[in-house]
Design a protein around this ligand. Structure first.
Ligand SMILES: [Ca+2]
Ligand SMILES: [Ca+2]
Ligand SMILES: [Ca+2]
Ligand SMILES: [Ca+2]
Length: 322
């Protein structure tokens, strides 16, 4: 606690809850504390939620509100390029979207890909992830077709440069969007799954996919989620972390009201809610993974509308499920 930048001693804890898995499953329990941060002026917190530093890093022909992401594998940096107004949807704060993506490779090459006129990247940044375990990064980017709405696209570095490797089916209707949650091996079978929320503003559905050939194949879907507030530039309103301590990554995603968190596991082809955390106001920021109680495991911080910071500390307890 002493080494922690946030003074939790003044915070108040609420919502302590025990939970046990169904009979026959390994017994893990998940407790949590959810609390308002004691001091909204806390500099460390403010710095975490302020994306001014991220926005200050620019590249040629970059999307105005785009962010440069940095990788540690073969892709050193990636960003969206070619601002265009050809898709007048504007759910991310303006109607300027990207028509391309560029990367700086670790070996010094700069590669780029430009979409045709029938689609844009309706996103702020590519997400780097090694989806097939070959040690090289792929990129997940939201692509919106002018005539059929959004799809999630996997880009990779091929022999001839950047290429589109796989894609979900598009939603099917113009001006329908999706927001990625991320990629992880949720069920521990050694293959990476990809999660997103389809139409987060109008009845969000959590969709889980696997990359098979040139497709992202849908393997599970469940309604009752949202991870974006209409018009907001915050796209990271969700998290992937091991909340219950069973060694498998879980999904933390707000419900449709954006006033509660749903902590979900996805194992054996089944999505289970580990816990539901009702908050005191609407959440309106990226989720920041930070170890709030100093136990070496990630917790979450976020902000309510108006900027009040809040947090959730996860407290997994092995073997206490019965
Ligand atoms: Ca890869
Ligand atoms: Ca898996
Ligand atoms: Ca877990
Ligand atoms: Ca912790």
């Amino acid at each position: 606690m002493e080494s922690h930048p946030i003074d939790l001693a003044k915070g108040f804890a609420a919502g302590l809850l025990g939970w046990s898995l169904l009979a026959g499953a390994p017994a893990y329990a998940l407790d949590f504390d959810s609390f308002i941060m004691p001091d909204p002026r806390n500099r460390t917190l403010r710095a975490m939620f302020d994306d001014a530093a991220a926005l200050a890093e620019r590249r040629p022909d970059m999307l105005p509100d785009g962010i440069v992401v940095h990788g540690s594998r073969d892709i050193a940096a990636a960003w969206l390029t070619g601002p265009t107004r050809r898709y007048g949807h504007g759910v991310l704060g303006d109607a300027v979207e990207a028509s391309g993506v560029a990367v700086d490779m670790a070996d010094g090459r700069r590669l780029a890909l430009t979409l045709g006129p029938d689609s844009v990247f309706e996103d702020r940044y590519p997400r780097l992830a090694d989806l097939d375990g070959d040690g090289r990064d792929e990129m997940l980017v939201v692509r919106a077709y002018l005539d059929r709405g959004a799809a999630l696209t996997v880009l990779r570095v091929g022999e001839g440069g950047l290429e589109i490797a796989a894609e979900t089916l598009a939603i099917g209707t113009p001006n329908r969007w999706l927001n990625p949650v991320g990629a992880a091996d949720f069920d521990g079978d050694g293959r990476i799954e990809v999660a997103l929320v389809r139409t987060p503003h109008i009845g969000g559905v959590l969709m889980i996919y696997r990359w098979i050939g040139d497709r992202l194949e849908l393997i599970h879907e469940e309604p009752g989620f949202s991870n974006h507030s209409l018009g907001s530039r915050a796209l990271g309103m969700s998290a992937i972390l091991d909340a219950d301590g069973d060694g498998l990554p879980d999904l933390v995603i707000p419900d449709q009201t954006l006033t509660a968190l749903r902590v979900m596991s996805f194992t054996d082809g089944t999505l289970r809610q580990l816990v539901h955390i009702q908050e005191e106001a609407g959440i309106d920021s990226d989720f920041i993974q930070i170890d709030l109680d100093g136990d070496g495991r990630a917790d979450l911080a976020y902000q309510f509308h108006g900027g009040m910071p809040a947090g959730v500390i996860f407290r997994p307890r092995r073997g206490s499920g019965e």
